[in-house]
Structures are given as structure tokens and as C-alpha cells.
Design a protein around this ligand. Structure first.
Ligand code: 13P
Length: 359
């Protein structure tokens, strides 16, 4: 195991103010999102959409790493250039989702266990050979009456740790994603309790499986009230609750924490990440970054709608969300950025319009 390489890659993923772009929706998930917008659910439509994403001008200013899916890592632009080359040329580190999905857990109604450990060593070797430098595995924990159970938390934590150890053996940085779902009526406090228990269990398992903490990225949920909870705390309270929970459960050796968005509206995800960095950045042992899928992609997907004529406008929307999240990492996000579509403190020297026009 080349430990220094793992550490360097993990640090590069959370360096500066950049973050990760999750574009690793499985085919069924991608198709579901397409279906809602009336976009054909074909391999060509998925390829065209991913081409739109990876060719977004200026993306590398804000995005350090992109998480791909098995179909996507093998795909090309229309002109035959592989997505892997396009990403790498943009200075973005390619990664790959390697779990095979969350399945109903035996004897645990309403709970899921993530699968994908069988043949994982062989699959990781292939992805590494193709050029991937990090991987992702998502476990999902639902909150409700009597759940999550200890059995569900422990089984998912152990699978995450076994996956992480196999990744490091293969020279890939594991992005460890235990997601406590937003669905439900639970309070912010309950989400905090569950998230803390899940993270403590995950780090115990990572220790048991001899995973090097300096060579991984944690991808957790923010601590949020359930979607249908009547009380929805303001941004600063979410930021406080999230950081308090992480300080209790995440060892200082971890280089970075890159949040998932979990279905939050993009603006809110940016505002919450921003508040954490404004209030705590100088006092934290790890970087607080993003690894969003929907909170970066959703507006672009809605503009695109499968229509070639909308590609530039969709790329502009994608770039805008990426810039907002870069600002949130630095604690300089301002909701006013949402009005004129520009960053109030542009870095890298290109405006949205110029970047898109450069294509
Ligand atoms: P969301 O940001 O849409 O939650 O997706 C993140 C992710 O990678 C889910 O596995």
C-alpha cells in the first residue's frame, strides 16, 4: 500500500476551496430523474447528459474530483474522447462509485444494507488501471419509529470499513458515505443523535479494519431536521449542530469531510456549508467541503431537458452552482450570488458568461 499517495490524493480532493461533484447516479437513479422531466431513459441520453457535465467550461476551478459510475467511466464524448481524459485534462481527479446499491435488509423491515463487497478487489484493480484514484460507497440509514436498529448501523459500518480497506490496498482513496436520510418527521436533535451514533460506529469499524484515516474522505449528511418535521431550524443552528456532531465523532486525522446534499435545495446546501465555514473553519482539524450531486446538478438537468439547444444554458447553471459551493467552502457565499448568477469575489478570472462563451 502506497500510503503517501493515498494521503496526497485525499488532501488534493479537499485542497483550496474546491469540492467533489457526484455524477455517479446508477442507471436506475439517473433514469428516474430523467423520467420526471420527460427525458428519454436511454444510454445515449445518459451519455449526452454526462458529456454536458464534464465539458462545462471552468468546472475545474471549483471541482477537485468527479465521482463516476461504471457506465460513465467507460463512455466518451461524441468526438470519441473518453470522459476520463476530459476530466483529467480539466485538472479534476476521477473517482468511481463501487457499491452495488442499498438492498432491503433481512429481518430489518424499512432498513437497507449496501451490497458490493463480492469481487470488489477485482473491480477496484480494474478501475485503478483505468485511471480512477478514489472510490465511493454509500450506506443509507433511515430514521423513524424504532429505527435505525443497531444491527443495521453495525452491518453498514462494517461493510463501509471493509470497502475502505480494499480501496486503500488498491491505492484508491475511499470516500466513506454513511447517509442518515432526511426523509421523516424527526427533529434536528434526533438526526444529530443518530448521525453521531452512526459515525462513531463507522470509525470504530474503520479502526478494526486497519484503515488509514489520513487516506480517506468522510462523506456524511449534514445534521438536519426531517423533511416533514414541523420545526425547520435556521441555517446557523444547522451549522452548529452539524459541527458539534462531527467534532464528537470524527478523528482529527481525517483530512476532509465532504458533505452529500441529500436532496436539499442547492441554495440551502450552499448557505449551510457556508455558515459552517464562516463560524468554525479556523478551529477545525479537517476541511469542510462538498460532494454534491443534486445540489450541483439539478438546475442544469431541469434546463437541459434532453435538448441539445439547451446545453450552454445548462452548463452555465452547473458552473454557477459549483461556484456558489466553492464560495461556501471559503465562507464567502452570499445569497445575492443567486440573483445575478455571478460570484461576488471571482477567482480564476473568468465570468460565467465568458467561461461558457469560451467553448
Ligand atoms: P446528493 O448530493 O444528491 O445527496 O448525492 C450525493 C451522493 O453521492 C449520493 O450518493
Amino acid at each position: 500500500m502506497k500510503v503517501q499517495e493515498l494521503i496526497d490524493t485525499a488532501r488534493a480532493l479537499v485542497a483550496g476551496d474546491k469540492g467533489l461533484l457526484a455524477m455517479d447516479e446508477s442507471n436506475p437513479t439517473c433514469n428516474k430523474r430523467f423520467a420526471r422531466l420527460g427525458i428519454p431513459q436511454t444510454e445515449e441520453a445518459r451519455r449526452a447528459y454526462r458529456e454536458l457535465i464534464v465539458t462545462t467550461p471552468g468546472l475545474g476551478e471549483c471541482i477537485s474530483g468527479a465521482i463516476l459510475y461504471d457506465e460513465t467511466i467507460r463512455q466518451q464524448k461524441k468526438d470519441g474522447t473518453s470522459f476520463l481524459k476530459v476530466i483529467t485534462d480539466a485538472g479534476i481527479i476521477p473517482g468511481i462509485k463501487v457499491d452495488t446499491g442499498a438492498k432491503n435488509m433481512a429481518r430489518h423491515p424499512r432498513e437497507k444494507i449496501t451490497e458490493g463487497l463480492d469481487r470488489l478487489r477485482v473491480r477496484l484493480a480494474e478501475y485503478s488501471q483505468m485511471g480512477a484514484r478514489f472510490a465511493k460507497w454509500r450506506a443509507v440509514i433511515a430514521v423513524g419509529d424504532g429505527i435505525p436498529s443497531r444491527g443495521c448501523i453495525e452491518a453498514n459500518a462494517q461493510a463501509l470499513a471493509r470497502y475502505a480497506a480494499l480501496c486503500q490496498e488498491a491505492g484508491l482513496v475511499p470516500v466513506v458515505e454513511p447517509e442518515v436520510l432526511m426523509r421523516g418527521e424527526h427533529t434536528l436533535e434526533r438526526c444529530g443523535e443518530v448521525t453521531e451514533e452512526v459515525l462513531r460506529t463507522v470509525f470504530n469499524q474503520l479502526y478494526s479494519q486497519r484503515v488509514k484515516l489520513e487516506g480517506l474522505i468522510l462523506k456524511p449528511n449534514m445534521v438536519l431536521p426531517g423533511l416533514t418535521c414541523p420545526e425547520q431550524e435556521p441555517v446557523d443552528e444547522v451549522a452548529d449542530a452539524t459541527v458539534r456532531c462531527l467534532l464528537r465523532a470524527v478523528p482529527a486525522a481525517v483530512p476532509g469531510i465532504a458533505f452529500l446534499s441529500g436532496g436539499q435545495p442547492g441554495e440551502l446546501a450552499s448557505a449551510r456549508l457556508n455558515a459552517m465555514n464562516v463560524r468554525f473553519k479556523s478551529r477545525l482539524p479537517w476541511a469542510l467541503a462538498f460532494s454534491f450531486a443534486r445540489a450541483i446538478q439539478q438546475p442544469a438537468l431541469e434546463i437541459w431537458q434532453g435538448d441539445e439547444a439547451h446545453v450552454l444554458a445548462a452548463q452555465q447553471a452547473l458552473y454557477h452552482r459549483a461556484r456558489c459551493n466553492r464560495a461556501a467552502r471559503g465562507g464567502t457565499y452570499d445569497p445575492a450570488m443567486e440573483v445575478d448568477g455571478t460570484d461576488s469575489a471571482p477567482r480564476g478570472g473568468s465570468s460565467v458568461k465568458r467561461a461558457v462563451g469560451a467553448q
